[in-house]
Design a protein around this ligand. Structure first.
Ligand code: ADP
Length: 401
């Protein structure tokens, strides 16, 4: 089946056309700067050819239309006819309490997503715009794959916050967790590599991209995760603070006379790696400074790794032993330094890193623990779009039976 996956942000649409039988990409690309001057569309084909064009793109309908048009363009395209697209899979950030798995998109599903907008006011509106735009342009089945769904198995004692319970009832304030598609993919893949049945596996997955989160997985199900009601909780991220004393926010708002919007920006866009370093949110920049002996970069990396280590410890307690720890996403896949730092001194838990092997692994699947380490440590590159495409293909073929 040929599935077009769409990941719609407020000013970008990332897409992949995937052949689900061979699990290969037919095309990948993105539209950037939607509604702004200098909007562009990019298409990359598997042979490495890349086309980037500036075009006027005012909204998500125009963005998806541009993607469809470029894919069938005689010289640069990858399809003869749009009829070759069998289905569309949409990444949806927040499924609320309604969606515990991927679903066929119907008008009712779209309405439920709209009803849930207040849970993800930044992310869900562009996701919905993308769904409606694709529905207007293509007459094929569409599936929604939710970032929150994999974490729907987290027990109540972990997802309820210790604030007045009526706020959960009134506003659905609880832990949801995100990056679920990635945690599901890399943990399943790690089991596949180890010849283990996912349903019997106990593991920790660590997704370290610009956003970062960890999941505690027991018998193939997420039982805890570090992100919460929003993606702000948990690990230190590129620009997000992760766990802090909530009273700090009130204190800063009072002292600096910040509005809600300014406080939101401070915590989400100017904290984390960027906030501590004062220079960059990009781990590559921080590592360069670290290796050049920069003191502040050392502090950033120590704080970043220490937070991960604390979560590893707490998930060992949650899971009562861990067979496997999996690293993924930009930093998890590519940074031996961070992997080493956050696993330092954990031998007593049965976590023994093979440092030489760790240093060699950048961006590929590998086992990086010593052969006698009781806990396997692995690197598995994530592939959220493949999960979206496979879920879509499965739901659509079930529908056709
Ligand atoms: P996103 O969450 O936006 O998908 P990615 O998963 O691509 O992000 O991760 C981005 C992060 O990965 C950035 O902090 C980037 O610096 C980091 N990264 C990418 N390559 C390397 C590398 N070779 N060494 C260290 N960090 C890296």
């Amino acid at each position: 089946m040929k599935v077009l996956t769409l990941n719609c942000g407020s000013s970008t649409v990332k897409y992949k056309l995937i052949d689900t039988e061979s699990r290969s990409n037919i095309a990948t690309g993105k539209v950037e700067r939607i509604g702004m001057i200098g909007a562009s569309i990019e298409l990359k084909s598997p042979d490495g050819n890349k086309v980037v064009r500036e075009v006027e793109i005012l909204d998500h309908v125009m963005a998806i239309n541009a993607i469809l048009k470029i894919m069938v363009e005689p010289k640069v395209g990858v399809l003869k006819d749009l009829e070759e697209i069998d289905a569309v899979g949409h990444r949806v950030v927040h499924g609320g309490e309604t969606f515990s798995g991927s679903v066929l998109i119907t008008d009712k599903v779209v309405q439920t997503l709209k009803d849930n907008i207040q849970l993800a006011p930044l992310h869900n509106p562009p996701n919905i715009q993308g769904i409606e735009a694709a529905m207007a342009l293509l007459d094929v089945p569409m599936v929604g794959v939710f970032d929150t769904a994999f974490h729907s198995t987290i027990p109540e004692y972990s997802y309820i916050y210790p604030i007045p319970y009526q706020l959960y009832k009134k506003y659905a304030i609880r832990r949801y967790g995100f990056h679920g598609t990635s945690h599901r993919f890399v943990s399943q893949r790690a089991c596949e590599i180890n010849g283990r049945n996912f349903k019997n596996c106990t593991m920790i997955s660590i997704h370290l991209g610009n956003g970062a989160s960890m999941a505690a997985i027991r018998n193939g199900k997420s039982v805890d995760t570090s992100m919460g009601f929003t993606p702000l909780e948990g690990l230190v991220m590129g620009t997000r603070c992760g766990d802090i004393d909530p009273a700090i926010i009130l204190h800063i708002m009072r002292q600096e006379k910040l509005s809600l919007h300014e406080a939101d920006n401070l915590l989400n866009k100017f904290s984390g790696i960027l906030g501590i370093s004062g220079r960059s949110s990009d781990m590559r920049d921080i590592e360069e400074l670290y290796f050049a002996g920069d003191k502040q970069a050392h502090l950033v990396i120590n704080i970043y790794a220490y937070r991960i280590k604390k979560y590893i410890g707490s998930y060992f307690a949650v899971l009562n032993g861990v067979e496997c720890i999996v690293f993924t996403a930009g930093i998890g896949e590519n940074s031996p330094l961070i992997r080493e730092k956050c696993l330092e001194g954990l031998d007593h838990l049965g976590i023994v890193l093979d440092k030489k092997k760790n240093d060699e692994v950048v961006g590929q699947e590998a086992i990086i623990s010593t052969p006698d380490s009781p806990t396997k440590i692995m690197v598995v590159p994530t592939n959220e779009e493949l999960v979206i495409a496979l879920d879509t293909a499965e739901i659509v073929s079930r529908m056709k039976k």
